[in-house]
Design a protein around this ligand. Structure first.
Ligand SMILES: Nc1ncnc2c1ncn2[C@@H]1O[C@H](COP(=O)(O)OP(=O)(O)OP(=O)(O)O)[C@@H](O)[C@H]1O
Length: 208
């Protein structure tokens, strides 16, 4: 049986006085892709933030890679998160952002050249991320996350800004990551992407 990477039970979150998550559970094994789906506002991003240790739940138990998720260096060595657009380093090009990731992470999964090719950024390598389109910046965010080593990828709407062709490519990239034993949990509105990754679906319902 595959190693359990995430085990979350009875998760409850309130934001302000509003219940956002009520009795939510999610398990994910090594080599598995899980897609969290549901209407706008049901709490998909909130659940991802809980799994990333960025929002402690009011109630419930969450274990990620054998312990509670914590916003600390040891946790982030094994977990990569792509959510809101990151702050790009002023003066650094697309290629230099990827080189930076390689410089700070031992055992990178991709060379900078492989990342540029896989994420179709070769023609933009010497430009500032700020001059890229929304979809190209999203591809750079994903490239930086996939270049570095990790055991768990947490992706919040990874399809954001991507064209149809690149969504199909992303599905293949995520299947490959899971095929290598990694675990992907993504919040998505793109059921085609979820299906193409072979994801198990978890549908969230409104808590109130
Ligand atoms: N900082 C906050 N303070 C209060 N309420 C919040 C806050 N952030 C989010 N919410 C509320 O929590 C609920 C869940 O938000 P969340 O972003 O997790 O939903 P989602 O399922 O990811 O939505 P979407 O599909 O639109 O991205 C929403 O009703 C939202 O209004």
């Amino acid at each position: 049986m595959s190693e359990m990477i995430i085990a979350a039970y009875g998760v409850e979150v309130e934001l302000g006085d509003t219940p956002v998550l009520r009795d939510v559970g999610l398990v994910a094994a090594a080599g598995e892709v899980v897609a969290v789906v549901g209407e706008n506002g049901v709490g998909k991003s909130t659940l991802l933030r809980c799994l990333a240790g960025l929002r402690p739940p009011l109630r419930g138990r969450i274990e990620v890679l054998g312990g509670p998720p914590v916003d600390a260096a040891g946790f982030w060595e094994r977990v990569a998160l792509v959510a809101d657009e990151p702050a790009w380093y002023p003066g650094l090009s697309v290629k230099e952002h990827l080189e930076l990731m390689r410089a700070v992470h031992r055992d990178a999964r991709l060379t900078v050249g492989e990342a540029l090719d896989t994420f179709e950024l070769r023609g933009r390598a010497d430009l500032s991320p700020l001059t890229l389109s929304t979809g190209q910046r999203q591809r750079l965010s994903l490239a930086m996350a996939l270049l570095r080593p990790s055991r768990l990828l947490l992706l919040d709407e990874p399809e954001r800004g991507l064209d149809t062709a690149f969504r199909a490519r992303l599905a293949a990239i995520l299947r490959g990551y899971a095929g290598d034993g990694g675990t992907v949990v993504m919040a998505t509105h793109d059921l085609r992407l979820a299906t193409a990754t072979g994801a198990r679906l978890i549908t969230l319902e409104a808590a109130s």
